[in-house]
Design a protein around this ligand. Sequence first.
Ligand SMILES: NC(=O)c1ccc[n+]([C@@H]2O[C@H](COP(=O)([O-])OP(=O)(O)OC[C@H]3O[C@@H](n4cnc5c(N)ncnc54)[C@H](O)[C@@H]3O)[C@@H](O)[C@H]2O)c1
Length: 444
Amino acid sequence: MEEHIDNLKEKLLAKIENRTAVVAIIGLGYVGLPLAIHFVGKGFPVVGFDLDGNKIDKLHRGTSYIKHVSIEPLTKAMSEARFDATEDFSRLAAADCIVICVPTPLTETLDPDLKYLIQTADTAAAHVRQGQLIVLESTTYPGTTEELLLPRLAVDGRRAGRDFFLAFSPEREDPGNTKFNAGNTPKIVGGVTPNCLEAASELYSTITRVVPVSTTRAAELTKLLENTFRSVNIALVNELKVLAHKMGIDIFEVIEAAATKPFGYTPFYPGPGLGGHCIPIDPFYLSWKAREYDFATRFIQLAGEINVSMPTYVVQRTQEALNNRQLSLKGSSLLILGMAYKKNVDDDRESPGYVVMKMLIDAGAAVMYNDPWIPNLKPTRKHNFTMESIPLSAQLLASIDAVIIITDHDDYDYKWIVQQAPLVIDTRNATRNLTNNREKIIKA
Ligand SMILES: NC(=O)c1ccc[n+]([C@@H]2O[C@H](COP(=O)([O-])OP(=O)(O)OC[C@H]3O[C@@H](n4cnc5c(N)ncnc54)[C@H](O)[C@@H]3O)[C@@H](O)[C@H]2O)c1
């Protein structure tokens, strides 16, 4: 007999409370892997699912594939039979809570690419059973949970809120952030029904403070507001950086001064362009959906244009700096420092370093790179570089025409780099504390 949803909910809440609820994580990447560690840390039995057999093998061997994530807690939990990683999706049937963390990239025409999500939904639909909680964490446009996920899961007459629980809770993971993680960042949760909201809130409240919102769409838009806010503000300082340079003013000095205002101002920093899986991509999910409402998201468009133009600015400034030393870009020998999209992470997705590198090579420069976090560059959908990180040495730095700092990893000894290199193009203000050799530094 079909059980009433209230009974199903009480059973699920009890299982969450006493930590016997089995938590399944689909997609063990930058988001899913740390999340699995958090749930294991809270005492839940966890099963991680991924299509990538290499990742599953590595987890079984106790090796992390994300440099800043230690998987020791998972290895220990695995030895106690409290964690497993698998490609066998039929095991989803044994889960009580299923959390989806698969990629949501853009297509080449900047439209949402939901193939991973659709695939996951169809796979999960084959195994969903009564009383399960399913939560989507992947960043996406308002409406995805109810328009795309719900109909795919509601097969065989099953209904969300009557037979299973469905919610959206955006991931706010900030890879490499040593201060904030899933344990001390509040979690936004929106449910398809009040029972769905309650079930999902109960699960996440074991990890952190939950902020309930009225619908899954409000939760979806909350995430996009956060990332659009970042994209727009970064674009603003990127534009002002170019103007400040023309005015002979140091934008970084200005930002630090403005940041002393204790209210009404939040500092954002310019750079060589946007990178990563989130900020360059997420706002376009919203622009795409806005078109359905005949609405143009002008801030998103403008911010996108400015941020995308930043690598060109870096190349122009490099060219000027070389020119001032009687050198041309063509034929010059350049070293890019940092190909990760931000400091202290091993993630080079959408990194502006690739765009800068391509423009420099197209202009006839010989380009090498060093990045302790990215040992080699592999061809991607957008770029075709096969290169290895070159070890830094005094000899190497003295032999090239300029160093371009794209990513300000903490591992670098900037003082030493500036001492050895003839010219340093600094896109991150990484050399701000240096007092010697300042004439060699060009901020860009
Ligand atoms: N990386 C971040 O900083 C961050 C922060 C907040 C939100 N997000 C969002 O979280 C989601 C995941 O991002 P990520 O950075 O962890 O991506 P990722 O590429 O690091 O990891 C995704 C994982 O999902 C796996 N996968 C793909 N399709 C699958 C399927 N059908 N079944 C099972 N596994 C599948 C991939 O093999 C990969 O291991 C995205 O929507 C992203 O926008 C990312």
